[in-house]
Design a protein. Structure first.
Length: 135
């Protein structure tokens, strides 16, 4: 039996397929789900290794992507705590906070119909996050 691929890779593949089909708004939503799934899994794994309680990790898992992106050092839920030495982390977090998440929110909460350019930008941010936060 083959191991199942990580769920975020399936969401990322779906996002790419949706762009190819011209479904740009859905592609943005799927790319955001891929990023949130990866960040959640990676940070939850680090929190567990730090000896944090199951309840603490569960509470982190329940946070929105926006909240997960804004935790800052020295909070153990901060991406900087675990990936601060990664080249490009600061620039990626700025893009995720200022462009990616607001676009996702516009699509979901305001019914914004995304353009191809917006969807492709979100896919680039998604790819950056999947590269920076290892599986």
């Amino acid at each position: 039996l083959r191991a199942r691929p990580a769920s975020e890779l399936l969401f990322a593949t779906q996002a790419r397929l949706l762009v190819n089909r011209g479904q740009y708004s859905l592609a943005i939503v799927q790319s955001a789900v891929a990023v949130e799934a990866r960040i959640t899994r990676c940070v939850a794994r680090h929190l567990t290794r730090l000896g944090k309680s199951r309840e603490y990790v569960k509470e982190y898992r329940g946070k929105t992507l926006g909240k997960k992106l804004w935790y800052q050092t020295p909070n153990p839920r901060s991406l900087e705590v675990h990936y601060g030495g990664s080249a490009g982390l600061g620039a990626l977090l700025l893009k995720l906070r200022r462009s990616f998440t607001p676009m996702r929110n516009r699509v979901i909460h305001e019914g914004h119909v995304a353009t191809q350019e917006e969807a492709l930008r979100c896919l680039r941010h998604m790819d950056g996050a999947l590269r920076l936060f290892p599986d």
